[in-house]
Design a protein around this ligand. Structure first.
Ligand code: NAD
Length: 265
């Protein structure tokens, strides 16, 4: 029987207290990786998340509360994660993200700045700080959680679409700069996943259109996602595990959509 593929490795997943990040953290832990959690939330719930993950998968876990819009806090988190990982992190998943929906002329400037900082610049900071130790070990996996919006646009999501297209670009440059090493960098581009980030958009739609939550979900899916089904955090976790595997050694600079057909249109 094959052993766990990430035993002895340390993974940092930003924004892993919820949604997709949490799903990916669980998938990595199931393969034996020690996990550094990050993200906002209730302190007791986060402590429980850490201990539940440690017990369920028999791995070490820790947590850093860095605000991903703040480079100095990101640097503190990376230093702590490196120490936890015995010199560096092996798997870096840049996942933390927020959304704001408005026409460009109404888009609050502070929301634009926050989205660019959290959804794009944070990945530059974590990557620049993770690469030296990955290069020393000649192994690493950097997985950037972009979006279908990293490949195509939607109205009223200017900052999000700009940040997600940006992170696809950052992924390609990182992949080129590491092409002759054991480090790979790829992006995952999910379609709709029913997480708190999307639930807010479902609720807003239900209210605006005076329809039920179920009808709002169907409306959201039918506009963009031909399968009519949400993608799940577990499916995204499985793709992340593939990207960490030896079979993916030559998958470099990809922007891999898992989106129910969204960008095929
Ligand atoms: P979510 O709201 O469930 O989770 C977001 C996570 O990021 C949480 O852990 C939150 O605490 C954390 N976070 C937010 N701001 C932060 C900050 N300043 N510092 C540190 N952590 C912060 O959202 P999700 O849907 O799981 O989204 C995760 C990623 O996936 C995002 O980058 C998002 O753009 C992307 N994505 C989501 C979907 C979707 O349909 N849900 C689709 C495509 C891409």
């Amino acid at each position: 029987m094959q052993g766990k593929t990430l035993e002895g490795k340390t993974a940092l997943v930003t924004g892993s207290t919820s949604g997709i990040g949490l799903g990916i953290a669980h998938a990595l832990a199931a393969e034996g990786a020690s996990i550094v959690f990050n993200g906002f939330g209730d302190a007791q719930e986060i402590a429980k998340l850490q201990s539940d993950t440690a017990i369920q998968y028999g791995v070490k876990t820790t947590y850093h509360n860095a605000d991903m819009s703040k480079p100095s806090e990101i640097a503190a988190m990376m230093a702590m994660a490196a120490e936890f990982g015995g010199g560096g992190v092996d798997v870096l998943v840049n996942n933390a993200g927020i959304q704001h929906v408005a026409n460009i002329e109404d888009f609050p400037v502070d929301r634009w700045d926050a989205i660019i900082a959290i959804n794009l610049s944070s990945a530059f900071h974590t990557t620049r700080l993770a690469l030296p130790s990955m290069k020393q070990r000649n192994w690493g996996r950097i997985i950037n959680i972009a979006s279908a919006h990293g490949l195509v646009a939607s109205a009223q999501k200017s900052a999000y679409v700009a940040a997600k297209h940006g992170i696809v670009g950052l992924t390609k440059t990182t992949a080129l700069e590491t092409a002759q090493t054991g480090i790979t960098c790829n992006a995952i581009c999910p379609g709709w996943v029913l997480t708190p980030l999307v639930q807010k958009q479902v609720d807003a739609r239900a209210q605006k259109e005076g329809v039920s939550i179920e009808e709002a979900k169907k409306g959201l899916l039918s506009e963009k996602q031909p399968s009519g089904e949400f993608v799940t955090p577990e499916q995204l976790g499985a793709l992340a595990i593939f990207m960490c595997s030896a079979a993916a050694d030559q998958v470099r600079g990809a922007a891999w959509n898992m989106d129910g057909g969204w960008v095929a249109q």
